[in-house]
Design a protein around this ligand. Structure first.
Ligand code: WTA
Length: 623
């Protein structure tokens, strides 16, 4: 947005959903509490987060809640000593949570494993001792190139327990990318699996590690630990490789949690990057644990009987914060599924919900749009009555997909929470709570303690209804604490684009009620005849046609209008691609958005190009 500072908004979503009376009665945080929390955070941000920190166990308390002396490099809970794993495990085995299920895991072929908090604690300790035996000590880095397995959770926690820094590399990445990450991260140990199941196939993983390590400089990955999962033949280098089971067999199930400074690094994770090179973000024990714990408990209104399922891969921040750390910090049961959502058929997700009595389901708009294509036949075959809260993250949630989730899965009984946040933020930032008034397609309002706004390129708030840049003004505890590589350059990107504010890289608008609507990435803004329009609005309009499953819109150059939109569309199951439909879709856009948005062409596709975390790759389509 160089020459004009605001975005036009054309989409007018009027539907409003109020919380059910019972939700208001049962909620741990009701609207009055929420208002009080917002007021406290507005007056005294540190007091708000200090109160949140008091809910966790610390070896030593902090001198300062937030040290801004070196801003924008903010430091949280300085002087404090803690370990996130102590809070995720040790704390619970002293309470009734000891024998509660911590983890329910389901493999794609249908096998299942479950761990109570006590069992998980013991497994983590044994592997922690195994890692120590391999020479891993505090501050060492460990790369986890792991699919969705219980050992993935165990490995993350075992590393953190002994003060090592874990870094997950998504199991869908190839040897080439893994190699790049290994060279950047320089881990002492790599943890992987022989293979895993995905869409009925066995994916060989150890092979990729071997290939990646063929050409890395010396000193990277002294050891490779291999989890046995898929029974595939692997080559083991006796000087370097060992089986996970052999390593832990004789280890004791006790290992002290390392005493960490609050801002000691916990993990490194790269941004998923729809645009630009992924950046290695570092998160640390103290601030991250406070931010994730508070947002997990509040946003999902956690109850002792909840079974929480986050369908994200642990290789992404959503998996870190709300599949592993959030649920375990809160002492709840977390569900993990190894495989593909359409395997063996399109009811797998609903089958898992009913089989384990999932009460909270946290997923992505992409996932919902994929499942939506098959209509309500599959959801209807399963008992989904245990569900009480639904949520999504990762991309703009178009109102049609939102409504499908609300009506077909939630049966109008479950709030649908559209949560906005990033790898950089570590925790949910803008999101409704179960007691909020919902508008489909809106992420509603910032959580207490989050000072978000929509501004122009000078940092001035834009009026209601106009789009601009999404920024965060004040620091928050789960913010990245450091970065890999050139820190000054990265800090400059986030904090100096709009001086003094955290630049999220998204465009958004606020409506008259102060509700936020995310319009897409700042790099994806369309400029049609001088009108600047977020891609999300045009995509939502296309996807509101009953035959469309998913739509992507990119801008293509046009002599007269500067840019026109080109749409790529996947259709619902059984819908035919006809010229009539093509014409009808163009007409539909005009009806929904007015004559400004000219969609030059619409192409029907089987699939849309996506990043491995499910985000649409507009750059690929533009090319
Ligand atoms: C996008 C995922 C619209 C956004 C936790 C952000 C969203 C990027 C939403 C971060 C949402 C995330 N509505 N867009 N509710 N949530 N995004 O780092 O563009 O994988 O900047 O973190 O996803 O993606 P990341």
């Amino acid at each position: 947005m160089d020459h004009k500072e605001t975005l036009d908004s054309l989409l007018h979503e009027m539907r409003v959903f109020r919380p059910l009376p019972q939700m208001l009665i049962d909620a741990g945080v009701n609207p009055q509490d929420l208002r009080a929390a917002r007021e406290l955070a507005d007056i005294d941000l540190c007091a708000y987060w200090e109160e949140a920190a008091e809910e966790l166990d610390w070896f030593t308390k902090w001198d300062k809640v937030c040290d801004s002396s070196d801003a924008p490099h903010f430091r949280w809970f300085t002087g404090a000593r803690c370990n996130i794993v102590y809070n995720a495990l040790d704390r619970h085995i002293e309470t009734v949570n000891k024998n509660r299920l911590a983890l329910i895991w389901e493999g794609e072929p249908g096998d299942s494993r479950q761990y109570t908090y006590y069992e998980l604690y013991r497994a983590v300790n044994r592997f922690a001792n195994g890692l120590k035996r391999l020479g891993v000590t505090k501050g060492d880095r460990v790369v986890l190139y792991m699919p969705q397995l219980p050992e993935t959770v165990i490995s993350m926690l075992a590393c953190a327990r002994i003060g090592a820094v874990h870094s997950l590399v998504f199991s869908g990445f190839s040897a080439r990318l893994l190699r790049e990450r290994l060279c950047e991260i320089k881990p002492r140990v790599v943890i992987t699996a022989d293979g895993f199941y995905r869409n009925g196939q066995v994916i060989r993983l150890k092979e990729e590690v071997d290939r990646a390590l063929l050409s890395t400089p010396d000193g990277i990955a002294e050891s490779v630990v291999v989890v046995h999962r898929a029974n595939v033949e692997v080559e083991m280098d006796s000087a370097r490789d060992c089986w996970y089971a052999d390593l832990v067999r004789h280890e004791r199930p006790h290992a002290p949690a390392e005493i960490m400074a609050a801002d000691d690094p916990l993990f490194i994770l790269h941004t998923s990057g729809t645009t630009g090179k992924p950046k290695g973000m570092v998160h640390s024990h103290g601030g991250y644990m406070v931010g994730v714990h508070r947002t997990f408990k509040w946003v999902f209104d956690l109850k002792p009987t909840d079974i929480f399922w986050c369908s994200a891969d642990p290789g992404w921040i959503t998996g870190h914060s709300y599949l592993v750390y959030g649920p375990l910090l809160a002492g709840t049961t977390t569900v993990m599924y190894e495989g593909h959502s359409l395997y063996p058929q399109a009811d797998r997700m609903w089958n898992i919900v009913s089989k384990y009595g999932v009460t909270i389901f946290y997923t992505s708009p992409t996932q919902i749009r994929t499942l939506m294509r098959f209509g309500h036949r599959y959801p209807d075959q399963h008992d989904l009555s245990t569900l009480r809260i639904l949520g999504a993250v990762g991309e703009p949630f178009n109102p049609e997909a939102w409504l499908w989730l609300y009506e077909i899965i939630g049966k109008g009984q479950c709030p649908v929470l559209d949560t906005w946040w990033q790898t950089e933020t570590g925790m949910i930032m803008i999101s409704p709570m179960p007691v909020s008034v919902l508008k489909p397609g809106s992420v509603t309002r910032p959580l207490p303690g989050v000072d978000a706004d929509v501004v122009d390129s000078e940092g001035n708030p834009v009026p209601a209804g106009k789009g601009g840049f999404l920024v965060i003004r004040k620091p928050w505890p789960a913010m990245f604490s450091d970065v890999l590589g050139d820190r000054a350059e990265v800090m400059d990107h986030y904090w100096n684009r709009i001086p003094g504010m955290f630049y999220a890289g998204d465009v958004a608008r606020k409506d008259e009620d102060g509700y936020f609507w995310i319009q897409g990435r700042a790099d994806d803004v369309l400029n049609i005849s001088g009108h600047r329009i977020g891609t999300a609005e045009v995509e939502s309009a296309l996807a509101s046609h009953p035959h469309v499953a998913e739509a992507v819109v990119v801008g293509v150059p046009d002599k007269i209008k500067g840019q026109v939109a080109k749409g790529y569309v996947t259709l619902k199951h059984g819908v035919e691609r006809t010229d009539d439909l093509h014409r009808e879709l163009k007409e539909h856009i005009r009806r929904e958005l007015g004559p400004i948005v000219v969609v030059r062409a619409i192409e029907f596709c089987d699939d849309l190009p996506k990043t491995s975390s499910g985000k649409i790759l507009r750059t690929a389509l533009k090319e």
